[in-house]
Design a protein around this ligand. Structure first.
Ligand SMILES: *Cc1c(COP(=O)(O)O)cnc(C)c1O
Length: 236
């Protein structure tokens, strides 16, 4: 494969942003209600800078070791960082306060650890709960059944704020097959919201990646996490 031309990242940012806008308009949604999170794993700082110059404002990283030097190198850039990968409990201390939103809280124990570390730091951390929406045995995340109950338990943790749900549907070649999973995630968020649990707002739905973010937008995503459609295929 040929290396990407210098202007390609900028062009791809623009085409993803306009695809989000048109998917929103077709679905009768306000385009501003959807935010693009650029998934920057394996992308160099220079590549990220190019994306920022083209209009990216939220960057999503998967691994703490990879994220920390990037956050430092881009400290002056007008961007916010989100954490989107699996977070190990022993890494929580180094990420609390650094990320505007942690999308990938996948267990009660992790939520408790974030609450504890945020409390130590005198902060409050916004999080999403990652749901194993396809019921895959090989994947982490909360099982949809019983999540409503668990959210009530987590709502008592005073240094986290539960802002919504996140999911990665089972991989398939056919983007359209993600739709039922996106609908289920939205319905689950609605069921949780209907409980009116104090301190819990279901205002964010983080769903949709390069192959199916337009479908996710049609089904209610407020955050889409897009990597390869912006930065090209990953080799790592
Ligand atoms: C890598 C990644 C993405 C983006 O995937 P693409 O298919 O490259 O768009 C989104 N979400 C998570 C959690 C990821 O790890």
């Amino acid at each position: 494969m040929e290396p990407l031309a210098r202007e390609t990242i900028a062009q791809r940012v623009q085409s993803v942003l306009s695809a989000i806008r048109s998917a929103a308009e077709k679905a009768g949604r306000r385009p501003e209600s959807i935010r693009l999170v650029a998934a920057t794993k394996t992308v160099t700082v220079d590549g990220i800078r190019e994306g920022i110059a083209a209009g990216l404002s939220i960057l999503g990283e998967n691994r703490v070791q990879e994220a920390l030097p990037k956050v430092e190198a881009l400290a002056q850039a007008p961007v916010r960082w989100h954490f989107i990968g699996h977070l190990q409990r022993r890494k929580v201390r180094s990420v609390v306060g650094m990320f505007e939103l942690i999308h990938s809280v996948d267990s009660l124990e992790l939520a408790q650890e974030i609450d504890r570390r945020a409390g130590d730091a005198g902060q409050s951390q916004d999080i999403l709960l990652e749901v194993n929406i396809g019921g895959e045995t090989t994947k982490g995340g909360f099982h949809p059944d019983g999540l409503v109950q668990l959210v009530s338990t987590m709502a008592a943790l005073s240094h986290i704020r539960i802002k919504g749900l996140m999911a990665i549907p089972p991989p398939t070649a056919e983007p359209e097959s993600a739709r039922t999973h996106f609908i289920r995630l939205r319905e689950l968020a609605e069921a949780i919201a209907a409980q009116r649990i104090p301190g819990v707002v279901m205002e964010e739905l983080s769903m949709g990646m390069s192959n199916e973010y337009e479908i996710a937008v049609q089904e209610g995503a407020t955050l889409v996490r897009v990597g390869s459609a912006i930065f090209g295929a990953r080799h790592a």
